[in-house]
Structures are given as C-alpha cells and as structure tokens.
Design a binder for this molecule. Structure first.
Ligand SMILES: [Zn+2]
Length: 442
C-alpha cells in the first residue's frame, strides 16, 4: 500500500514538474562565436538538465577509471589473504599429519601470499623441522627471533633445537633471552630447570624446582658448593625439605664434620637414623673409628635410636662380627630371619657368621646360607620412582629418565609412576611430538 502511494505521489510530482517546465514563458539565446542557438525556454531547460546528467555520468566514469588500479590491488590483496589463510590451514594439517613435503610446500605458499609474519615464519620453521632440515629451521627461527612481535617464538624454536643438539651453553643463553622477553612462563621454567640440571648448575635448578625435587636438588647444590657457609645453609634446606632423605642428612653431617663440629654431625646422623636408617649413615658415623670394638660400641649407640629397624640389626650384626663377637652377630642375624627378612644380604651375612664360627673353615651351615642367598629376595636399593630403574648410589637426578628427586631407598622395584611430569625428563623430547607449533604449550 505504501509503495502504491509513493508511486502515485512521485508520478504526480513528475507531471507537475513537466507541466511547470512546459509552461515556462520566453526563449533562451546562446551565441558562441559565429554559432547562435535559440530555443524556447522549456526546451532550453530540458537541454540543461540533460547536459548536467551527462556531465555527472562522465565524471563518475572518470572516477571509476581513475580508481581501477587501486581496486585491482585491493581485490588481489583480498584474494592473496584468502588463499594465504587456506595455505596456513593446509600447513597446520600437514604438520599434524606428519607430512613434511606438503607442510613445507604449503608454508612456502603461505609465506609468499601473506609475507613474513610471525605466523608464516613459525609454520615454515616447523615444516623444516618436520622435514629434518635443521639448518633451514634454525635460519627461519633466527629471522623470527629478530622480530619484536615474534621474538619469543623464534627463541623457543632455537632453544628446542639447541636442546636436541645437547648444546647446553647455547640453550642457557637462549633461555635467558626468552625469559627476558616473556617472563614467568611454565614451559620456559621447565626447560630452564632441565638446562640447569644438565649443566649441573644445582643452585639454579633448585631455584626452579617443584616441591618434591627440592630436597634432592638442595642436597646436590650443597655437595657442589665450595663456600662452606652456603653449603651448610643448602644442606639444612635439604634436610628441612625431606628429613627422611639420607643423602640430605649426610650432606649436612659432612659439612659439619668438615667445619670441626663433630658432635653436631653425629647428632644429625642419629636423628636421621631415628627417622630412616640407611647403611650410608652408619658408614659415615663409624668412619672416624678404626678399632672394631669401638665401632661396635658406636653402632650400638646409633642402633638404639631405632632398635627394631632391620638396618639397626644389620649394623649390630656386621660390627659385632668385625669385632669378633660372633654370638651377638648370630643373634642379630637370627632375629632378622625371625622377622621374615629374606634379603640376599642377610643370607650372605649368615654365611659369613657361619664361616667365622667355624674358625674360617667352610661348613655345611655356610654352604646352606650361600645356596639360600642365590634364591633370596632382592636387597633394598636406590630405585627411581619415575622409571623404576635401580642405581648403585643415590643421585639427585635419575640418570636413566632424568627425573629429579625421585630416587628412594626401596626394598622392591617400585612401579613407574604415571604422574611423572614429562617436562622433568632429560631425555630428548620426541621431535615429532614437539613439532606442532604453538597450538598448545609443549
Ligand atoms: Zn628414573
């Protein structure tokens, strides 16, 4: 209805305008040089209107022609953007699918169409990594690292390459640069801790450590520290973090003994024995004593702090045997057997006691004990809670899986814990897994 009304009104106005135009009186004369034109007023007005419309049309056409190159450039840029975005998506798919040839080709297309942006450079570098073209990847990461907007991404790529090459000094320098640009990131924190562990910079590793690894790393830092005051402070920190870790108490006791504070060192060992006895603690405590009887007597004092623990009985038996107190040695060994201890170490001790009782001669009791030892349970040992590996001595970091702070004294192989944070691993990261760019922090 509204349209019909509009049409009627427009028609009426046009008719009124045409009528007004037709009824204009007079004539218009124009003379240009020798040419003279004379027309009635309505014709002249109509000609003027037509002339204006034509002029407008010509000006519009000129405008269109004038803007044509710019419009073409705009169209081409939009087309490139569209095609470039498609190439980016195709590169990501090829990277995810592990197709290096397609990834490199599509990354090249993206770079040509979109130019060198952090995104295209990162994709090109990751595609080169996937294709195992390390030099090409590093060159591209370096270009990225020089840009203000993509420096962290470039440094991250270079850092991962340095870690893969096990070039730890280069990795440390790159990590420091990355930390300055983008401080506090959890991925970088893990990598910096890993680099610190690899370079045995224990203090740096401790500063970056999570709670479960603090005692182990503080122990390692205390052992490596040359300044005795700082070493004591670190050792105390280690004992406070895990009073049950014999290595931590040993590190503290060693430093106290070195500082001439023998009684304090003995007290630390006695406290550690009361909480978690370990042969290394006894060995340290008895080290200054050469006389077997004095050693047996010191062993009794130490064992009294935790009298029913198997390690206390082993200590008493072994020191008694060395002091020629065979009766006491056998009594302690039999007590262990009575308590259900079936370790190889106990059967070997029983064999030694039997030989001592037989005045150094081979006996049936010794042969029985040695036969039992061959089929006995495994002795307690240092085992890694992360990979289950067994070690001859305690270490702050597992040499098999690289996890810090997971080596514990255990009587049976423990199951590798599935909750181990992979970042703590010192193994070279699976390159293929690492290759997907910043979709998620690896
Ligand atoms: Zn391990």
């Amino acid at each position: 209805m509204r349209r019909v009304l509009f049409f009627l009104v427009a028609s009426l106005l046009t008719l009124a305008f045409a009528y007004g135009l037709a009824s204009l009186p007079g004539r218009v004369s124009v003379e240009i040089g020798n040419i003279g034109i004379s027309a009635r007023m309505p014709i002249a007005a109509l000609a003027l209107i037509v002339l204006l419309i034509l002029t407008y049309a010509v000006l519009r056409l000129l405008g269109v022609i004038f803007r044509l190159p710019r419009r073409f450039r705009l169209w081409r840029s939009r087309r490139d953007r569209r095609e470039g975005d498609r190439a980016v998506t195709r590169t990501l798919i090829a990277l995810a699918a592990g197709e290096p040839v397609a990834a490199r080709r599509q990354a090249e297309v993206a770079r040509r169409l979109l130019g060198d942006t952090p995104q295209t450079l990162l994709l090109a570098a990751e595609a080169a990594r996937l294709a195992e073209r390390s030099d090409e990847a590093q060159a591209t990461f370096r270009v990225l690292a020089e840009r203000a907007d993509g420096a962290f991404l470039g440094l991250r790529g270079l850092l991962r390459e340095a870690i893969l090459r096990a070039d730890w000094s280069e990795a440390a320098a790159l990590a420091a640069r990355a930390e300055a640009i983008h401080p506090g990131g959890s991925w970088l924190r893990r990598e910096r801790r890993r680099i610190a562990i690899e370079t045995e910079d224990w203090r740096a590793a401790l500063a970056l450590a999570d709670e479960p690894a603090r005692a182990a790393l503080a122990t390692a830092a205390a052992e490596a520290e040359t300044n005795s005051k700082k070493a004591l402070k670190l050792a105390r920190e280690a004992v406070a973090a895990d009073p049950d870790l014999p290595a931590a108490s040993l590190a503290l006791a060693r430093r106290l003994r070195a500082a001439g504070r023998e009684r304090r060192a003995e007290a630390v060992i006695a406290d550690a024995w009361a909480r978690a006895p370990h042969p290394d603690l006894a060995q340290f405590a008895l080290e200054p004593l050469a006389d077997p009887l004095a050693r047996a007597s010191a062993a009794q004092r130490l064992a009294a702090r935790n009298p029913n623990h198997p390690e206390s009985r082993f200590l008493l038996a072994e020191t008694a045997l060395a002091a020629g107190l065979f009766g006491e040695a056998r009594r302690q060994a039999e007590l262990l057997r009575g308590e259900g201890i079936g370790w190889r170490r106990l059967w070997l001790l029983l064999a030694e006691v039997a030989r001592a009782e037989a005045e150094g001669k081979e006996s049936a009791a010794e042969r029985d004990a040695l036969r039992a030892a061959a089929a006995a349970d495994a002795d307690p040992a240092w085992r890694c809670g992360a990979c289950g590996g067994t070690l001859a001595a305690w270490r702050a970091v597992c040499p098999n899986c690289g996890t810090p702070g997971r080596i514990h004294w255990a009587s049976s192989p423990s199951q590798p814990a599935s909750s181990t944070p992979p970042a703590a691993s010192l193994e070279a990261p699976d390159a293929r897994e690492e290759r997907l760019p910043t979709l998620h922090p690896s």
